[in-house]
Ligand binder design. Structure first.
Ligand SMILES: [Zn+2]
Ligand SMILES: [Zn+2]
Length: 350
Protein backbone atom coordinates (compact mmCIF):
# COMPACT_ATOMS: atom_id res chain seq x y z
CA UNK A 1 0.00 0.00 0.00
CA UNK A 2 1.09 3.53 -0.48
CA UNK A 3 1.64 5.07 2.97
CA UNK A 4 -1.63 5.92 4.71
CA UNK A 5 -3.82 4.81 1.79
CA UNK A 6 -6.19 1.92 1.31
CA UNK A 7 -7.33 0.41 -1.96
CA UNK A 8 -10.82 -1.01 -2.06
CA UNK A 9 -13.46 -2.37 -4.41
CA UNK A 10 -16.77 -0.57 -4.71
CA UNK A 11 -19.87 -0.54 -6.86
CA UNK A 12 -20.14 2.73 -8.76
CA UNK A 13 -23.25 1.95 -10.80
CA UNK A 14 -25.27 -1.02 -12.00
CA UNK A 15 -22.91 -3.59 -13.47
CA UNK A 16 -19.70 -1.74 -12.60
CA UNK A 17 -17.34 -2.57 -9.75
CA UNK A 18 -14.02 -0.76 -9.58
CA UNK A 19 -10.99 -0.37 -7.34
CA UNK A 20 -10.50 3.03 -5.72
CA UNK A 21 -8.08 4.51 -3.24
CA UNK A 22 -8.73 6.68 -0.20
CA UNK A 23 -6.91 7.78 2.92
CA UNK A 24 -6.77 5.11 5.56
CA UNK A 25 -8.74 6.39 8.56
CA UNK A 26 -6.80 7.06 11.75
CA UNK A 27 -6.54 4.08 14.07
CA UNK A 28 -8.51 5.10 17.18
CA UNK A 29 -7.96 3.78 20.71
CA UNK A 30 -10.41 0.92 20.18
CA UNK A 31 -9.61 0.28 16.51
CA UNK A 32 -7.37 -2.17 14.71
CA UNK A 33 -5.67 -2.02 11.34
CA UNK A 34 -6.38 -5.16 9.35
CA UNK A 35 -4.36 -6.53 6.48
CA UNK A 36 -7.27 -8.03 4.61
CA UNK A 37 -7.09 -11.63 3.41
CA UNK A 38 -10.43 -12.51 1.81
CA UNK A 39 -13.91 -11.17 1.23
CA UNK A 40 -16.76 -13.20 -0.24
CA UNK A 41 -19.38 -11.71 -2.51
CA UNK A 42 -22.78 -11.92 -0.83
CA UNK A 43 -26.10 -12.13 -2.66
CA UNK A 44 -26.86 -8.57 -1.53
CA UNK A 45 -23.58 -7.39 -3.10
CA UNK A 46 -24.08 -8.98 -6.50
CA UNK A 47 -27.82 -8.28 -6.35
CA UNK A 48 -26.90 -4.61 -6.42
CA UNK A 49 -24.30 -5.16 -9.15
CA UNK A 50 -27.07 -6.78 -11.21
CA UNK A 51 -29.34 -3.81 -10.49
CA UNK A 52 -31.92 -5.97 -8.67
CA UNK A 53 -31.59 -4.29 -5.28
CA UNK A 54 -30.12 -0.84 -5.50
CA UNK A 55 -31.66 0.69 -2.38
CA UNK A 56 -28.21 0.96 -0.81
CA UNK A 57 -27.20 3.58 -3.37
CA UNK A 58 -23.83 4.36 -4.97
CA UNK A 59 -20.89 4.39 -4.56
CA UNK A 60 -21.39 1.30 -2.40
CA UNK A 61 -18.24 0.17 -0.60
CA UNK A 62 -19.72 -3.11 0.60
CA UNK A 63 -18.21 -6.48 1.29
CA UNK A 64 -19.35 -7.57 4.74
CA UNK A 65 -18.16 -11.20 4.55
CA UNK A 66 -14.50 -10.48 5.14
CA UNK A 67 -11.49 -11.67 7.11
CA UNK A 68 -8.07 -10.22 7.76
CA UNK A 69 -5.04 -10.27 10.01
CA UNK A 70 -4.56 -7.72 12.80
CA UNK A 71 -1.62 -5.57 11.82
CA UNK A 72 -1.80 -2.78 14.42
CA UNK A 73 -3.90 -2.26 17.53
CA UNK A 74 -5.19 0.96 19.11
CA UNK A 75 -3.88 1.93 22.55
CA UNK A 76 -6.88 0.55 24.46
CA UNK A 77 -7.46 -2.68 22.52
CA UNK A 78 -7.37 -5.59 24.96
CA UNK A 79 -8.88 -8.60 23.17
CA UNK A 80 -6.87 -8.64 19.96
CA UNK A 81 -3.20 -8.83 19.23
CA UNK A 82 -1.06 -8.44 16.14
CA UNK A 83 -1.27 -11.54 13.97
CA UNK A 84 -4.79 -12.61 15.02
CA UNK A 85 -7.11 -13.79 12.26
CA UNK A 86 -10.42 -11.97 12.57
CA UNK A 87 -13.66 -11.88 10.62
CA UNK A 88 -15.97 -8.93 10.31
CA UNK A 89 -19.41 -8.56 11.87
CA UNK A 90 -21.59 -5.49 12.36
CA UNK A 91 -19.96 -2.56 14.09
CA UNK A 92 -22.81 -0.47 15.52
CA UNK A 93 -22.34 2.78 17.42
CA UNK A 94 -21.88 1.02 20.75
CA UNK A 95 -23.97 3.63 22.57
CA UNK A 96 -27.61 3.32 21.51
CA UNK A 97 -30.02 1.09 23.43
CA UNK A 98 -29.97 -1.54 20.64
CA UNK A 99 -26.17 -1.78 20.79
CA UNK A 100 -26.20 -1.91 24.58
CA UNK A 101 -28.63 -4.84 24.33
CA UNK A 102 -26.23 -6.57 21.94
CA UNK A 103 -28.73 -6.12 19.09
CA UNK A 104 -26.17 -4.48 16.91
CA UNK A 105 -28.19 -5.20 13.75
CA UNK A 106 -30.86 -2.82 15.04
CA UNK A 107 -28.42 0.06 15.47
CA UNK A 108 -29.33 2.91 13.15
CA UNK A 109 -25.67 3.57 12.62
CA UNK A 110 -24.60 0.33 10.95
CA UNK A 111 -25.39 1.45 7.43
CA UNK A 112 -24.10 4.95 7.90
CA UNK A 113 -22.33 6.61 5.00
CA UNK A 114 -18.70 7.57 5.40
CA UNK A 115 -17.65 11.22 5.42
CA UNK A 116 -16.18 10.84 1.96
CA UNK A 117 -19.56 9.72 0.64
CA UNK A 118 -19.36 5.92 0.47
CA UNK A 119 -22.60 4.12 1.13
CA UNK A 120 -22.72 1.27 3.58
CA UNK A 121 -19.01 1.62 4.25
CA UNK A 122 -17.95 -1.89 5.17
CA UNK A 123 -14.92 -1.75 2.89
CA UNK A 124 -14.59 -5.53 3.02
CA UNK A 125 -13.00 -5.64 -0.44
CA UNK A 126 -9.85 -3.76 0.56
CA UNK A 127 -6.15 -4.32 1.00
CA UNK A 128 -6.02 -2.59 4.39
CA UNK A 129 -8.93 -1.57 6.54
CA UNK A 130 -9.47 0.08 9.93
CA UNK A 131 -12.17 -1.54 12.07
CA UNK A 132 -13.49 -0.95 15.56
CA UNK A 133 -13.10 -3.91 17.91
CA UNK A 134 -16.91 -3.77 18.21
CA UNK A 135 -17.22 -5.26 14.74
CA UNK A 136 -14.54 -7.98 14.60
CA UNK A 137 -14.39 -11.52 15.93
CA UNK A 138 -11.37 -13.74 16.42
CA UNK A 139 -11.23 -16.94 14.35
CA UNK A 140 -8.79 -19.82 14.91
CA UNK A 141 -5.59 -19.25 12.93
CA UNK A 142 -5.97 -22.64 11.24
CA UNK A 143 -9.15 -21.56 9.42
CA UNK A 144 -8.88 -20.61 5.75
CA UNK A 145 -9.61 -16.84 5.57
CA UNK A 146 -12.24 -17.32 2.85
CA UNK A 147 -14.04 -19.68 5.25
CA UNK A 148 -13.62 -17.19 8.11
CA UNK A 149 -15.51 -14.79 5.84
CA UNK A 150 -18.63 -16.86 6.50
CA UNK A 151 -18.92 -15.36 9.99
CA UNK A 152 -21.75 -12.97 9.11
CA UNK A 153 -23.89 -15.37 7.04
CA UNK A 154 -23.45 -18.08 9.68
CA UNK A 155 -24.42 -15.64 12.46
CA UNK A 156 -27.66 -14.83 10.61
CA UNK A 157 -28.40 -18.56 10.32
CA UNK A 158 -27.80 -19.07 14.04
CA UNK A 159 -30.18 -16.20 14.75
CA UNK A 160 -32.87 -17.94 12.70
CA UNK A 161 -32.20 -21.32 14.34
CA UNK A 162 -32.79 -19.76 17.76
CA UNK A 163 -36.03 -18.15 16.61
CA UNK A 164 -37.07 -21.57 15.25
CA UNK A 165 -36.26 -23.23 18.61
CA UNK A 166 -34.85 -26.38 16.99
CA UNK A 167 -34.60 -29.44 19.22
CA UNK A 168 -32.58 -32.65 18.91
CA UNK A 169 -34.35 -35.24 16.72
CA UNK A 170 -36.68 -32.69 15.10
CA UNK A 171 -37.10 -33.24 11.38
CA UNK A 172 -36.28 -30.14 9.35
CA UNK A 173 -36.67 -29.62 5.61
CA UNK A 174 -34.50 -26.98 3.99
CA UNK A 175 -35.76 -25.66 0.65
CA UNK A 176 -32.80 -24.67 -1.49
CA UNK A 177 -29.20 -25.92 -1.39
CA UNK A 178 -27.56 -22.59 -2.14
CA UNK A 179 -25.00 -21.10 0.21
CA UNK A 180 -27.54 -20.03 2.83
CA UNK A 181 -29.61 -23.21 2.47
CA UNK A 182 -26.64 -25.45 3.15
CA UNK A 183 -25.44 -23.32 6.08
CA UNK A 184 -28.95 -23.62 7.51
CA UNK A 185 -28.85 -27.37 6.90
CA UNK A 186 -25.50 -27.67 8.71
CA UNK A 187 -26.73 -25.68 11.67
CA UNK A 188 -29.90 -27.80 11.93
CA UNK A 189 -27.67 -30.87 11.88
CA UNK A 190 -25.49 -29.37 14.62
CA UNK A 191 -28.65 -28.90 16.69
CA UNK A 192 -29.22 -32.65 16.38
CA UNK A 193 -31.99 -32.57 13.80
CA UNK A 194 -32.75 -34.88 10.90
CA UNK A 195 -32.27 -32.69 7.82
CA UNK A 196 -33.85 -33.10 4.39
CA UNK A 197 -32.73 -30.72 1.63
CA UNK A 198 -34.68 -30.05 -1.59
CA UNK A 199 -33.08 -28.53 -4.67
CA UNK A 200 -33.29 -28.61 -8.47
CA UNK A 201 -29.87 -27.44 -9.76
CA UNK A 202 -27.63 -30.53 -10.33
CA UNK A 203 -24.45 -28.91 -8.95
CA UNK A 204 -26.20 -27.93 -5.73
CA UNK A 205 -27.81 -31.35 -5.39
CA UNK A 206 -24.35 -32.84 -5.58
CA UNK A 207 -22.97 -30.50 -2.90
CA UNK A 208 -25.89 -31.24 -0.57
CA UNK A 209 -25.29 -34.97 -1.02
CA UNK A 210 -21.54 -34.55 -0.48
CA UNK A 211 -22.35 -32.92 2.87
CA UNK A 212 -24.28 -36.03 3.83
CA UNK A 213 -27.84 -34.71 3.82
CA UNK A 214 -30.96 -36.53 2.70
CA UNK A 215 -31.63 -34.85 -0.62
CA UNK A 216 -34.75 -34.44 -2.72
CA UNK A 217 -34.14 -33.80 -6.41
CA UNK A 218 -37.11 -31.66 -7.44
CA UNK A 219 -36.59 -32.70 -11.08
CA UNK A 220 -37.31 -36.31 -10.12
CA UNK A 221 -40.03 -36.01 -7.51
CA UNK A 222 -42.52 -33.55 -6.11
CA UNK A 223 -40.75 -32.15 -3.04
CA UNK A 224 -43.90 -31.99 -0.90
CA UNK A 225 -44.87 -35.60 -1.68
CA UNK A 226 -41.29 -36.72 -1.13
CA UNK A 227 -41.11 -35.03 2.29
CA UNK A 228 -44.39 -36.72 3.21
CA UNK A 229 -43.05 -40.08 2.04
CA UNK A 230 -39.81 -39.67 4.01
CA UNK A 231 -41.74 -38.73 7.16
CA UNK A 232 -44.42 -41.47 6.96
CA UNK A 233 -47.03 -38.97 5.89
CA UNK A 234 -46.48 -36.69 8.87
CA UNK A 235 -44.50 -33.80 7.44
CA UNK A 236 -41.64 -32.04 9.19
CA UNK A 237 -41.47 -30.19 12.49
CA UNK A 238 -39.97 -27.23 10.69
CA UNK A 239 -39.18 -25.97 7.21
CA UNK A 240 -36.51 -23.43 6.42
CA UNK A 241 -37.32 -21.62 3.16
CA UNK A 242 -33.86 -20.61 1.97
CA UNK A 243 -34.94 -19.33 -1.43
CA UNK A 244 -37.11 -16.24 -1.75
CA UNK A 245 -39.72 -17.46 -4.23
CA UNK A 246 -43.46 -18.04 -3.94
CA UNK A 247 -43.12 -21.74 -4.83
CA UNK A 248 -40.83 -22.31 -1.83
CA UNK A 249 -43.34 -20.67 0.49
CA UNK A 250 -46.17 -22.78 -0.98
CA UNK A 251 -44.13 -25.97 -0.56
CA UNK A 252 -43.06 -25.05 2.97
CA UNK A 253 -46.64 -24.57 4.14
CA UNK A 254 -47.47 -28.07 2.86
CA UNK A 255 -44.29 -29.79 4.10
CA UNK A 256 -44.73 -28.89 7.76
CA UNK A 257 -46.73 -31.27 9.94
CA UNK A 258 -50.48 -30.74 10.26
CA UNK A 259 -50.31 -29.25 13.75
CA UNK A 260 -47.65 -27.07 15.42
CA UNK A 261 -45.39 -26.89 12.36
CA UNK A 262 -43.02 -23.97 11.92
CA UNK A 263 -41.95 -22.23 8.73
CA UNK A 264 -38.85 -20.04 8.85
CA UNK A 265 -38.77 -17.43 6.09
CA UNK A 266 -35.02 -17.06 5.72
CA UNK A 267 -34.65 -15.55 2.27
CA UNK A 268 -35.85 -12.40 0.59
CA UNK A 269 -36.72 -12.40 -3.11
CA UNK A 270 -37.19 -9.66 -5.67
CA UNK A 271 -39.98 -9.12 -6.60
CA UNK A 272 -41.35 -10.01 -3.15
CA UNK A 273 -42.65 -13.59 -3.01
CA UNK A 274 -46.25 -14.28 -2.02
CA UNK A 275 -47.41 -16.23 0.97
CA UNK A 276 -50.67 -18.09 0.40
CA UNK A 277 -52.15 -18.67 3.82
CA UNK A 278 -55.23 -17.47 5.62
CA UNK A 279 -55.46 -16.86 9.33
CA UNK A 280 -57.96 -19.69 9.88
CA UNK A 281 -55.49 -22.22 8.54
CA UNK A 282 -52.75 -20.80 10.76
CA UNK A 283 -55.16 -20.96 13.69
CA UNK A 284 -56.42 -24.51 13.18
CA UNK A 285 -53.02 -25.88 12.29
CA UNK A 286 -51.46 -23.93 15.20
CA UNK A 287 -48.79 -22.95 12.75
CA UNK A 288 -45.86 -20.60 13.31
CA UNK A 289 -44.56 -18.40 10.51
CA UNK A 290 -41.23 -16.96 11.58
CA UNK A 291 -39.23 -14.28 9.84
CA UNK A 292 -35.54 -13.76 10.42
CA UNK A 293 -32.90 -11.36 9.20
CA UNK A 294 -29.60 -10.17 10.67
CA UNK A 295 -27.73 -11.26 13.75
CA UNK A 296 -26.83 -9.98 17.20
CA UNK A 297 -23.55 -9.98 19.09
CA UNK A 298 -24.21 -13.35 20.70
CA UNK A 299 -24.87 -14.88 17.26
CA UNK A 300 -21.55 -13.52 16.00
CA UNK A 301 -19.70 -14.96 18.97
CA UNK A 302 -21.31 -18.36 18.47
CA UNK A 303 -20.58 -18.24 14.75
CA UNK A 304 -16.92 -17.49 15.47
CA UNK A 305 -16.74 -20.57 17.72
CA UNK A 306 -18.58 -22.75 15.20
CA UNK A 307 -16.15 -21.79 12.41
CA UNK A 308 -13.08 -22.02 14.65
CA UNK A 309 -13.94 -25.52 15.86
CA UNK A 310 -15.17 -26.82 12.50
CA UNK A 311 -18.65 -27.63 13.89
CA UNK A 312 -19.95 -25.90 10.78
CA UNK A 313 -17.96 -26.72 7.64
CA UNK A 314 -18.32 -24.16 4.86
CA UNK A 315 -15.40 -25.39 2.74
CA UNK A 316 -17.70 -26.77 0.01
CA UNK A 317 -19.52 -23.44 -0.26
CA UNK A 318 -16.63 -21.53 -1.84
CA UNK A 319 -16.08 -21.59 -5.59
CA UNK A 320 -12.70 -22.90 -6.63
CA UNK A 321 -12.06 -19.98 -8.93
CA UNK A 322 -10.93 -17.02 -6.81
CA UNK A 323 -10.11 -13.43 -7.76
CA UNK A 324 -7.66 -10.70 -6.79
CA UNK A 325 -8.75 -7.22 -5.71
CA UNK A 326 -7.86 -5.80 -9.13
CA UNK A 327 -10.24 -8.34 -10.68
CA UNK A 328 -13.23 -7.09 -8.67
CA UNK A 329 -15.35 -6.57 -11.79
CA UNK A 330 -14.68 -10.13 -13.03
CA UNK A 331 -15.38 -11.42 -9.51
CA UNK A 332 -18.82 -9.78 -9.55
CA UNK A 333 -19.50 -11.17 -13.04
CA UNK A 334 -18.64 -14.66 -11.80
CA UNK A 335 -20.67 -14.33 -8.57
CA UNK A 336 -23.72 -13.20 -10.57
CA UNK A 337 -23.85 -16.35 -12.69
CA UNK A 338 -26.69 -18.63 -11.68
CA UNK A 339 -25.92 -21.57 -9.42
CA UNK A 340 -22.76 -20.17 -7.82
CA UNK A 341 -21.67 -20.65 -4.25
CA UNK A 342 -19.64 -17.86 -2.66
CA UNK A 343 -17.04 -16.26 -4.93
CA UNK A 344 -14.06 -15.19 -2.86
CA UNK A 345 -11.84 -12.19 -3.53
CA UNK A 346 -8.38 -12.90 -2.14
CA UNK A 347 -7.13 -9.50 -1.05
CA UNK A 348 -3.51 -10.20 -0.27
CA UNK A 349 -2.68 -11.48 -3.74
CA UNK A 350 -1.12 -9.17 -6.28
ZN1 LIG B 1 -23.97 -11.34 3.41
ZN1 LIG C 1 -25.91 1.64 18.16
Amino acid sequence: MSEGKMRFGCLVKKGVAEVRERDLPEIGEYDVLLKMKACNICTTDYGQWLGLREHQGYPMAGGHEAAGIVQKVGSKVADFKIGDLVATGYEGCGNCSACRNGQVDQCEDIRKDTEDGYRWGFFGFSDYCVKSVRGIYKIAASVNPAEAGFLEPLATVLHGAKKLRLKPFDTVAVIGAGTMGLINAQVAKAYGCRVIVSEMIPKKLETARAMGFEVIDCNQADPVEEVKRLTEGKGTDAVIAAVGVTAANDQGLKMIKEKDGKLLLFAAGYPAPELHIDSNEMHYRRMELIGTFGADNEDFQEAARALSTGVVDVSKLIEEKTFKLDQIQEAFEEASKPGMYRVSVLLDQQ
